[in-house]
Design a protein around this ligand. Structure first.
Ligand code: PLP
Length: 624
């Protein structure tokens, strides 16, 4: 029950029922009306949708939006801050229409706006946002078309703010604004010297790709002054990077940015907004530390520290308190999606029992490992491991030089693995594992083959070693008896999850239950709502998974409120430019040739073509 750290990483949204099922609630910490995930899976399958499925819990997103806005509101109230707070959800974090729709729907009560980083995102935002009290922040490299769209949005009454990211954007903004006769709301992105640690932190600091340094900002001011548009400059923006685990780094950046804000005000700009970008982290591993996959602060602390940090500097500088904007994405959407998948089979680590003695003529290196095994004890564990590795290499060499039969090589492998296995069993009694033995549990673990693609559904786990909580969603009342890692169905050696969350950092295997013939075994990867959906790729032509959205009812139970069928094989082939009609016609010709040559009958041709057609229309994942 406690094995998978649900209480630590679940932020109160996840718990385990008495019957050992994983439960989810939209009210953190309150499980009275929690929903059983296996029950949701049953409902999904009854509706004819296959695993893997991306499950979204709509009201978890609502809870997170409220949490951020309410925490900022109470920090503002308790500190007597004179400005206000506005959120801007960055579309890049999860661009799916359903997600942006849910953000704008629930966010309306807080005037939670959107952030767009490209033309396509701005076009989506202009169509989705209905609330003219909310901000629409435009970041990213802007061409004339992007700028025109931003100006039209402003004319329509949106609080659209175009943030100057590169010096070259300003002349175009000025000339387009004069030509269209629309006064823009402008912001400027500053490169701070404060830097943060973290997997995504390169976007902050002096060397960051985007943003202007102090001299360039002064040039912007002078250019705007010359164009009599300095009042248009209303916002200062920075983005330190995503997933900032350490609150100290956040506070340092707020202090530095507030000083720049004050400087811009003193220069005569029409400053009203201070936009801190993203960075509010998610505690993926539940350690509440400044590890990369965690954060050493709460949302409440973040809000208080931000408001206090801005106030301290601006009060000292005699500058009016601005509206604080944050572009939190990860923290809003991570919890709301989970990937559910079934296990197809497992490869167990098992060594056939060895005989009591080896035949006389057995190769000398094999006999050496066998002797090592006989003398193994807690004190010589490291020495035996070194010997076993040495003789294993000798055996391999003897085989490749033709001095050993294949059958003998197989015996050598058995003796080696049994030795390693016994070493691993003994090592469990050691207070700490010698460095060389650290990988041993992984080498001896089972492999559970799972119905999903890491590249499609958890790209950050593959690309940057991001940790996500992964665990079974049922049988949690039963002690797992196996240790394993997870392989996906891409047949790629990188297509695996072999880093799992642990209170001490990272583990290379996870506890898993024995598979049963009579029952599917379901696992979930959690906190996958941010960045994973659109960063995923089509490796091995495995496409988008089915997506199901549920809403948990106040008084118990849940409703299916949305479903999107995943890609079919036909969809995927068309993404990589195949004409599937042409493919079918060509295949039909091949089948007709086979009839002509007498290899199949016309009826067999019909069956083959039907199978091909079904394949084209089927799901790209393993179907039972
Ligand atoms: N704003 C900008 C400009 C970004 O580049 C990003 C993503 O890195 C975000 C906001 C979202 O950051 P986060 O997901 O950490 O909230």
């Amino acid at each position: 029950r406690e094995l998978y750290g649900v209480r630590e990483w679940g932020a109160g949204f996840f718990g385990v029922s008495d019957s050992g099922e994983l439960q989810v609630t939209a009210k953190p910490g309150s499980f009275e009306h929690a929903v059983s995930i296996p029950e949701v899976i049953e409902g999904i399958q009854a509706r004819g949708l296959d695993m893997p499925v991306l499950l979204r819990i709509e009201n978890i997103l609502d809870t997170q939006i409220s949490l951020l806005n309410d925490n900022f509101r109470s920090a503002i109230e308790s500190l007597d801050y004179k400005g206000s707070y506005l959120g801007a959800y960055p579309i890049k974090v999860n661009q799916q229409q359903q997600v942006v729709e849910a953000v704008t729907r629930h966010g309306k009560a807080y005037h939670h706006g959107l952030e767009a980083g490209s033309k396509a995102e701005l076009i989506a935002a202009m169509g989705m946002l209905r609330d003219t009290e909310a901000v629409l922040v435009c970041n990213g490299y802007k061409d004339e078309e992007f700028i025109d769209l931003g100006l039209h949005a402003t004319q329509l009454g949106f609080k659209c703010i175009m943030v100057i990211e590169m010096p070259g954007e300003l002349p175009t903004i000025i000339s387009r604004s004069k030509e269209l006769g629309i006064k823009p709301n402008l912001g400027v992105r500053v490169k701070l010297s404060s830097q943060a640690n973290g997997l995504w932190a390169e976007s902050g600091g002096d060397r960051s790709i985007f943003g202007l340094n102090a001299a360039q900002i002064i040039e912007v001011i002078d250019t705007l002054k010359d164009a009599e548009m300095l009042d248009c400059l209303q916002l200062l923006h920075y983005h330190l990077g995503s997933q900032i685990p350490n609150i100290r780094e956040i506070r340092n950046a707020v202090a530095e940015a507030s000083r720049v804000y004050a400087g811009l005000t003193h220069e005569g700009a029409g400053m009203r907004y201070l936009d801190l970008g993203g960075g509010l982290a998610v505690d993926y591993d539940g350690t509440q530390t400044n590890f990369m996959s965690s954060r050493n602060y709460t949302t409440d602390e973040y809000c208080v520290d931000v408001v206090e940090g801005v106030m301290t500097v601006l009060d000292e500088q005699g500058v009016e308190h601005p509206t604080i904007i944050t572009e939190s994405g990860r923290a809003l959407v991570a919890y709301y999606s989970m990937l559910l998948f079934n296990v197809l089979e497992s490869a167990r680590f098992e060594v056939e029992p060895l005989p009591d003695a080896l035949p006389e003529e057995t190769n000398i290196h094999i006999r050496h490992i066998f002797e090592t095994l006989q003398t193994l004890n807690l004190r010589n564990i490291q020495e035996c491991f070194n010997d076993a590795l040495y003789y294993r290499d000798e055996i391999r060499q003897a085989f490749s030089q033709g001095n050993m039969s294949f059958r003998e090589r197989a015996l050598g492998d058995r003796v080696f693995w049994e030795t390693v296995n016994r070493i691993a069993l003994l090592a469990k009694d050691l207070p700490s594992l010698p460095h060389e033995l650290e990988g041993i549990t992984q080498a001896l673990s089972d492999i559970y083959y799972c119905n999903f693609s890491v590249f499609q559904s958890l790209p950050d786990a593959w690309a940057i070693g991001q940790l996500f909580p992964v665990m079974p969603v049922h049988r949690l009342e039963e002690r797992p008896t196996r240790e394993g890692l997870l392989a996906d169905i891409t047949c790629d050696c990188d297509g695996k999850i072999d880093r799992f969350i642990d209170s001490h950092g990272v583990k290379r295997t996870m506890p898993l239950h024995e598979l049963k013939d009579s029952e599917e075994y379901y696992l979930g990867a959690f906190l996958v709502g941010a960045y994973q959906e659109t960063l995923g790729d089509l490796h091995n032509l495995l496409g988008d998974t089915n997506v199901v959205t549920i809403r948990i009812r106040e008084g118990g139970g849940f409703d299916f409120v949305g479903e999107l069928e995943g890609d079919t094989v036909e969809d995927i082939l068309s993404y990589v430019e195949y004409d599937t009609r042409m493919l079918f016609n060509r295949f039909r010709e091949t089948a007709e040739n086979a009839v002509r040559e007498g290899r199949i009958t016309p009826v067999q041709r019909k069956e083959t073509l039907q199978a091909y057609k079904n394949g084209l229309q089927g799901y790209t994942y393993f179907e039972r």
